[in-house]
Design a protein around this ligand. Structure first.
Ligand SMILES: C[S@@+](CC[C@H](N)C(=O)[O-])C[C@H]1O[C@@H](n2cnc3c(N)ncnc32)[C@H](O)[C@@H]1O
Length: 440
């Protein structure tokens, strides 16, 4: 059993601010929901993203190098690099999911005047051509098992014809990418599925109203208009280097002591698999063509999920990084009845990867550099895994100073965690961990 004071003892080592306390400054900035109308952020609603404003505040608070570089090992929709660029700093980002990488690339590209003009015309022509094509040809669906159920039959062929016209586009590559992004950004609205929890759910009939091609055209046209207005209406110069690889390979790309700040939100240890939740975008956008492609992606993604693990997965030969508090939690977890036997393996791998990444981040940071992490804690079998405190503890052992941890949101417990006590409930939360590389 884990004693309630296990958590308070661990927490007592740090300056922790709670949302209801004075000095909690990031609380309202944690999520993406307010980004819907913002410059380039509105091109695709990346639910798991945070806000540009949060990143700007963190950079202004911690960055000591006016010519520095900000790194995000989990780029997602590119928010960190966008904010860094808005403040005149270069940004570097790693992203393993090819759809998310593509999205960030589109958002963080400088378009030439001729590309802007070309996009305006191509956006109109694509939709006209697609209507003609859809009357002549039945377009093949991707090999995804649920592909035939994704769209209302009245619109399926037209929607797929738009993709085929984009695939055939032989103008500028950057323009072609924007055409595809506008199309992909409409996918969830148009489809009969929605992202929910750890996967996709069929929409209820009342929420699934996209059943004629006029509506489809209107939605995609709206996306194209937003894109056009944003590429023409702002003169911001992007300075972004994006890498479509796992951030665990960071040291192959980044020189030691070359980064002034690292800001990120990793996948949380909550069984959430980004390749599952972005399945429609991955398959329909042709980023994966076979199930083996998807499997490979899952294997190189952070171990925040159970997909690809089996109860026979042998981790005994791996040299996993850990800390005593994590071992205690996992030992107790192993005595519990869990909804999946692989959860302890997943957690061991998750934290080992996180600690490995912190090692690499430490090496990449300049002296006086900083690292801010937005992360959520999780619970299994009634045991809370305080990822924020565990990260802080490991970071300290490798030389970081934990400047503060700001708790910004409590996580609503699901029914399986009903036996979590009132005293420990406050550890189920999302926080911002602020680390500073101390002088040697
Ligand atoms: C919480 S999201 C980041 C959201 C981002 N902060 C934003 O504002 O859009 C985590 C991201 O990490 C990516 N990811 C998972 N494993 C990765 C790995 N090993 N290397 C790089 N990115 C990874 C996921 O695909 C996902 O996009």
């Amino acid at each position: 059993m884990i004693e309630d004071n296990f958590y308070s003892n661990l927490e007592s080592n740090y300056k922790v601010t709670y949302p209801e306390q004075e000095g909690a400054t990031y609380t309202s900035l944690l999520n993406f929901s307010d980004e819907g109308n913002k410059f380039r952020q509105r091109w695709y609603r990346y639910k798991e993203g945070y806000s540009v404003d949060l990143i700007k505040i963190l950079i202004n608070e911690y960055n000591k190098n006016a010519n520095g570089i900000i790194l995000d090992p989990f780029l997602g929709s590119g928010t960190t690099v966008m904010a860094a660029n808005e403040l005149g700093l270069k940004g570097i980002g790693f992203e393993v999911n090819p759809f998310s990488y593509f999205l960030s690339k589109c958002k963080l590209t400088n378009y030439t005047d001729s590309e802007k003009m070309e996009f305006k015309t191509a956006a109109v022509d694509t939709l006209i051509e697609a209507e003609k094509l859809s009357e002549k040809k039945v377009i093949l669906l991707p090999k995804l098992s649920i592909a035939e159920k994704v769209f209302n039959p009245n619109i399926q062929n037209y929607f797929m014809a738009i993709k085929e016209v984009i695939d055939r586009y032989n103008g500028s590559e950057n323009v072609k990418n924007l055409l595809l992004l506008g199309w992909l950004a409409s996918l969830e609205t148009i489809s009969q599925y929605r992202k929910a929890g750890n996967g996709l759910k069929k929409k209820s009939l009342s929420k699934n109203k996209i059943d004629n091609i006029l509506l489809v055209t209107e939605i995609i046209k709206g996306n194209y208009d937003n894109i056009y207005n944003d590429i023409t209406g702002n003169t911001l110069k992007f300075n972004a280097e994006l890498i479509n690889d796992s951030s665990l390979n960071l040291s192959s790309y980044i020189d030691k002591e070359s980064i002034s700040g690292v800001i990120f939100s990793p996948p949380y240890a909550n069984s959430f698999d980004y390749t599952e939740i972005y399945k429609l975008e991955l398959w329909f956008g042709s980023f994966v063509k076979e199930y083996s492609d998807l499997k490979k992606l899952r294997e190189i993604s952070f171990r925040s999920h159970l997909n690809g693990l089996s109860s026979k997965t042998d981790i005994s030969k791996l040299d996993l990084k850990t800390i005593p508090e994590l071992d205690t939690l996992i030992n107790v977890l192993q005595t519990k009845e869990l909804w999946d036997k692989k959860i302890p393996i997943m957690l061991k791998m998750y934290f080992s990867e996180m600690f490995e990444l912190l090692d690499r981040i430490w090496e990449s940071l300049e002296c006086d550099g900083f690292c801010s992490i937005v992360v959520g804690n999780s619970a299994y079998g009634g045991i809370i895994f305080p990822t924020d405190l565990l990260i802080a503890k490991y970071a300290e052992t490798i030389g970081f100073t934990v400047d503060k941890i700001e708790v910004d949101r409590y996580i609503i417990t699901s029914s399986q965690q009903y036996h979590i006590t009132l005293n420990t409930k406050k550890y189920l939360r999302e926080s911002v961990i602020c680390l500073v590389k101390s002088k040697k």
